[in-house]
Unconditional design. Structure first.
Length: 247
C-alpha cells in the first residue's frame, strides 16, 4: 500500500509539472463544446437544448485526452529506464501503473469540473437530482478508470512517446461514431449499426438521461461495457508490464 501511494504521489507531481498536457486536457474539450454549441448547434435539430444534449458527449470526450497523457507518461517511464530503476526497489509493477492511472482519474476529474462549469455559463441546465448526479459521475469515473488502464497498457507496448500519443487520435475520433453530437437515428443504417454497438454510446446515453431527468434505459449496458473493459484492460496492462519487468 505504501509503495502504491508513493507512485500515486509521484504521478500527480509529474502531472503538475507538465501543465501543458493538463491545460490541453481542459481547454480542448471546452473549445470543442463551444464549437458544436455556437457553430453547429443551430443547424442540428433536437427535442431539447443542444447544449444540454452535447455536454454528456463532451464529458466522455475528456477521457480521451486524459488517456493520451497516461499512455505517454507510461511510455516515457519505460523508455527512460525509470522502470529498470524501480525494479531494484521493493515496488511492484502494479504500483507503478496504478500511480499513472490514479493521476489520470484525477486529471479527468478536474477536466470534468471545468467542462461542467463552462457549460453552465453557456446555458447548460441539468435537472438531475443529487442521486442522479452521483450515478452519472460514478459511471464516468468507472469509464475513465477503464480507459486509463487501457491507455497504460498501450503505453507499455508503444515504442516511442510520439507513437503513444496516437491513442489521442482514436479517442478523439471514436466519439464521432456515437450519439455524442447527433442522435444515432439520423445516421445511415450501416453507421447506425456501428454507433449502437460500441461502448461509448450507452455511456453517453446513460449520463445524458441521468442529467436531464430521463429514464436511463442504457444503464446496465453502460455498466457492462465499462466494467468489462476495465477487467480486460487491467489484466492486459499488468500482464504486459510484468513481461517487461522480467526482462
Amino acid at each position: 500500500m505504501t509503495a502504491t501511494l508513493t507512485m500515486v504521489g509521484r504521478s500527480i507531481r509529474l502531472s503538475r509539472r507538465n501543465l501543458d498536457l493538463v491545460i490541453m486536457a481542459i481547454v480542448l474539450p471546452v473549445l470543442m463544446m463551444a464549437l458544436f454549441v455556437y457553430v453547429f448547434g443551430g443547424a442540428i435539430s433536437s427535442t431539447q437544448s443542444y447544449v444540454d444534449y452535447v455536454v454528456p458527449g463532451i464529458l466522455v470526450l475528456c477521457t480521451g485526452y486524459g488517456a493520451t497523457s497516461t499512455a505517454m507518461s507510461v511510455t516515457d517511464d519505460v523508455k527512460k529506464g525509470v522502470v529498470d530503476r524501480f525494479r531494484s526497489m521493493p515496488i511492484s509493477g502494479f504500483s507503478v501503473l496504478t500511480g499513472h492511472v490514479v493521476a489520470s482519474v484525477a486529471r479527468n476529474g478536474l477536466a470534468t469540473f471545468a467542462v461542467v462549469l463552462v457549460a453552465l455559463l453557456m446555458g447548460f441546465r441539468p435537472v438531475a437530482s443529487f442521486g442522479s448526479w452521483i450515478l452519472a459521475m460514478g459511471l464516468l469515473a468507472l469509464y475513465v478508470l477503464a480507459l486509463s488502464w487501457l491507455a497504460a497498457g498501450f503505453g507499455v507496448v508503444a515504442r516511442t512517446v510520439e507513437s503513444a500519443s496516437l491513442l489521442g487520435f482514436f479517442m478523439l475520433f471514436i466519439p464521432y461514431l456515437s450519439s455524442a453530437f447527433v442522435p444515432v437515428a439520423t445516421m445511415p443504417s450501416w453507421l447506425r449499426l456501428v454507433s449502437e454497438h460500441q461502448p461509448i454510446t450507452p455511456v453517453i446515453e446513460t449520463v445524458r438521461a441521468l442529467l436531464n431527468g430521463q429514464e436511463a434505459t442504457s444503464g446496465w449496458l453502460a455498466l457492462a461495457w465499462s466494467g468489462g473493459l476495465l477487467v480486460v484492460a487491467f489484466i492486459w496492462a499488468t500482464w504486459l508490464f510484468g513481461r517487461i519487468s522480467r526482462r
